[in-house]
Design a protein around this ligand. Structure first.
Ligand code: ZN
Length: 246
């Protein structure tokens, strides 16, 4: 089966539309979502309704929990807190209810595991090798997809005498073939708010029979999203950061 894997959409409708347009050429059969459907962005209902109707499996993200009132956003930075309250007010009851009922990761789909943050903690970040090592230790499958960092990338673990050596791939290939004796933590990157220096929307295609992951980026109309953020009187920095991809 070929999967389209999306993460951190963050209520960015224009980025989602661009990703779907680009992904059409990859002939996928199912859509998996790693959470943070909402938060930060100006189109929470459009994006939530789309994911609710089209995604086959969705795990919840920390922003999904905060924006539907399931958890407090006290630990968030100022802009994230403000946008959580704004989103809570903007979401329809139906969309809020759907977000409240999203499962916590990891959720297994075929031979893959899906988490928002890390296999051991849905809210934990895995930016660096030492953070990924703990995640790798808890991973149940050879391939786990994660999001949360908004950084497209791959951690790979190779067996060694001490257990395994883990490293982050600095130059991410477009096409990554899974090696039978290694373990992987793969991040498709953020659809709606990339933070890896590349402002283009990110997504991944994974073929569960050939064990090949493809990492993609696509340009979208950032200006329109920025205008919507400013018109909604969301914090200006949320508009600016989309252009820098930071
Ligand atoms: Zn996020």
């Amino acid at each position: 089966m070929r999967f389209l894997i999306l993460s951190d959409l963050h209520a960015n409708w224009e980025a989602l539309v661009a990703v779907l347009g680009d992904a059409k050429r990859h002939d996928y059969q199912a859509i998996l979502c790693l959470g943070d459907v909402v938060g930060y962005g100006p189109s929470p209902n459009e994006v939530t309704t789309w994911v609710r109707t089209h995604a086959d499996v969705v795990v919840r993200g920390n922003h999904d929990k905060a924006c539907c009132g399931l958890t407090s956003c006290e630990t968030f930075g100022t802009a994230a807190q403000y946008s959580s309250y704004w989103t809570l007010g903007a979401l329809t009851d139906e969309n809020k209810e759907w977000l409240r009922n999203l499962p916590r990761g990891p959720v297994q789909v075929e031979n893959l595991d899906l988490v928002h943050g890390a296999p051991d903690d849905e809210d934990r970040y895995m930016f660096h090798e030492h953070e990924a090592a703990t995640g790798m230790h808890h991973a149940r499958e050879q391939v786990t997809f994660f999001g949360h960092t908004h950084v497209q990338g791959c951690f790979v673990a190779e067996p060694c005498r001490r257990g395994f050596d883990i490293r982050r791939l600095d130059a991410l290939p477009v096409t990554l073939a899974v090696n039978w004796n290694r373990r992987y933590l793969l991040n498709p990157g953020a659809v709606g708010q990339p933070r890896d220096g590349d402002p283009r929307a990110a997504y991944c295609i994974f073929d569960s029979s050939s064990y090949v992951a493809e990492f993609h980026r696509v340009e979208y109309d950032i200006r329109t999203v920025q205008d919507k953020i400013l018109a909604a009187e969301l914090p200006k920095e949320l508009a600016f950061r989309l252009a820098s991809g930071e």
